[in-house]
Design a protein around this ligand. Structure first.
Ligand SMILES: CC(C)=CCC/C(C)=C/CC/C(C)=C/CC/C(C)=C/[C@@H]1[C@@H](COP(=O)(O)OP(=O)(O)O)[C@]1(C)CC/C=C(\C)CC/C=C(\C)CCC=C(C)C
Ligand SMILES: [Mn+2]
Length: 414
């Protein structure tokens, strides 16, 4: 596959304009859980959103995995939908490990005429990454140059996608704009990038076995943000968290690489990566309850709020009560379960990729400790990890990333 570079403007104008693409998207510029995968999974009928259930023995997985609508009809749960993406991505990587276990990068992709431009494109991605996520950027410097560049390109695409709904032009973003962003994504995967940042991603996805689905799903997460401000239950919230954050884990693992000595199955490593995204997003939601409420948004599962004797009104009132503390304790516990699951997967990654992952895991998980330290007031106090704690976490992450796999409890090898 070859990458056609279509931009003709100078890198510097892209530099100042790297997030100023909203107008072109809007105007349609043409260039522009412990998871036993159970008998339920195995005796699943044909594809479809809602499926008639065959008579079979059903094992109920730990995290809500099926949603009963009527007595004889079961809708496929979010967890199961997401698991299908995990299986597909893991199969791609497994195939690569079988065909060329030692090959990091596809040698066919080097196109002499474009190398300088590509190199500028990657450099620009690195600059954006350094500007928006300094600690993470520093972590990537430990990776091999090829992997580092590819992770920057993915980071930049994710950041731009998030900026569509969270950035300064968010009020102009419509579902059509997101459709256009998606068709531009398809072009990236076809090797027809629109701008230099897209070109870096085109090159990356040609070099590594990265499936397009997680990218499409992240855009779908942004669509959810446009049309939805409440989540009925954890199943709905799980899908949102997968879309906006779990997808990042699935995109990153093929680039970060699984350690050659790892005995874990690719599926279990992708599952751990997915868990890290979900854990991060759940933490993000718990940290931002007050801020989101002021924007009319409640990302907490409505049924769990009701079971705790709480409602949206309590959130808008913003009073820390014992009911609220009890409720938050259970939400924090769930987020920690996802972090624990993710942690088991970090050592399965290539040694050079572990440190930034561990660092981000430790830093994000500490936000939960800070919510507790704030006596569960996430209405008016923003939980944050101070600089000293951040700095202290870095050598800890580094030390942990050096501990050999054999000293850790194994991930499933199935
Ligand atoms: C090492 C590492 C962290 C790699 C990830 C690199 C990468 C491609 C990051 C993209 C992140 C991004 C810009 C996502 C867009 C959507 C978004 C903003 C999600 C939220 C991140 C937090 O950002 P922030 O606090 O700035 O949020 P606000 O915009 O301010 O609201 C998320 C909460 C989630 C991001 C998800 C991850 C970092 C998951 C990373 C998972 C892996 C790298 C898999 C590791 C592998 C194993 C086996 C554990
Ligand atoms: Mn955001």
């Amino acid at each position: 596959m070859s990458v056609a570079l279509l931009w003709v403007v100078s890198p510097n104008s892209q530099l100042s304009n790297c997030f100023g693409f909203v107008d072109s998207v809007r105007d349609g510029n043409p260039l522009s859980v412990c998871r036993e995968r159970s008998s339920m999974f195995n005796c699943r009928p044909k594809k479809g959103r809602k499926q008639k259930w065959n008579a079979c023995s059903i094992h109920v997985p730990e995290i809500s995995s099926m949603v009963a609508s009527t007595a004889d009809e079961i809708a496929v749960s979010s967890e199961e939908k997401v698991y299908n993406v995990v299986l597909k991505q893991a199969a791609l990587v497994r195939e690569q490990l079988r065909s060329s276990p030692d090959l990091d990068v596809n040698p066919d992709i080097a196109l002499p005429g474009n190398l300088g431009l590509l190199s500028d494109a990657y450099d620009r991605c690195g600059e954006v990454c350094a500007e928006y996520a300094k600690t993470f950027y520093l972590g990537t410097l430990l990776m091999t140059p090829e992997r580092r560049k590819a992770i920057w390109a993915i980071y930049v695409w994710c950041r731009r996608t998030d900026e569509l709904v969270d950035g300064p032009n968010a009020s102009h973003i419509t579902p059509t704009a997101l459709d256009r962003w998606e068709s531009r994504l398809e072009d990236v995967f076809r090797g027809r990038p629109f701008d230099m940042l897209d070109a870096a991603l085109s090159d990356t996805v040609a070099n590594y076995r990265v499936d397009i689905q997680p990218f499409r799903d992240m855009i779908e997460g942004m669509r959810m943000d446009l049309r939805k401000s409440r989540y009925k239950n954890f199943d709905e919230l799980y899908l949102y968290c997968y879309n906006v954050a779990g997808t990042v884990g699935l995109m990153s693992v093929p680039v970060m690489g699984i350690a050659p000595e790892s005995k874990a199955s690719p599926v279990s490593v992708f599952d751990a990566a997915l868990a890290l995204g979900i854990a991060n997003q759940l933490t993000n939601i718990l940290r931002d309850v007050g801020e989101d409420a002021r924007r009319g948004r409640v990302y907490l599962p409505q049924d769990e709020l009701a079971q705790a004797g709480l409602s949206d009104d309590d959130i808008f009132a913003g009073k820390v009560t014992d009911k609220w503390r009890r409720f938050l304790k259970s939400q924090i516990k769930r987020a920690r379960m996802f972090f624990d699951k993710a942690e088991k997967g970090v050592t399965e990654l290539n040694a050079a990729s572990r440190w930034p992952v561990y660092a981000s895991l430790l830093l994000y998980r500490q936000i939960l400790d800070e919510i507790e330290a704030n006596d569960y007031n996430n209405f008016t106090k923003r939980a944050y990890v101070n600089k000293a704690k951040k700095i202290a976490a870095l050598p800890i992450a580094y030390a942990r990333s050096l501990i050999p796999r054999s000293k850790k409890p194994p991930l499933t090898t199935l």
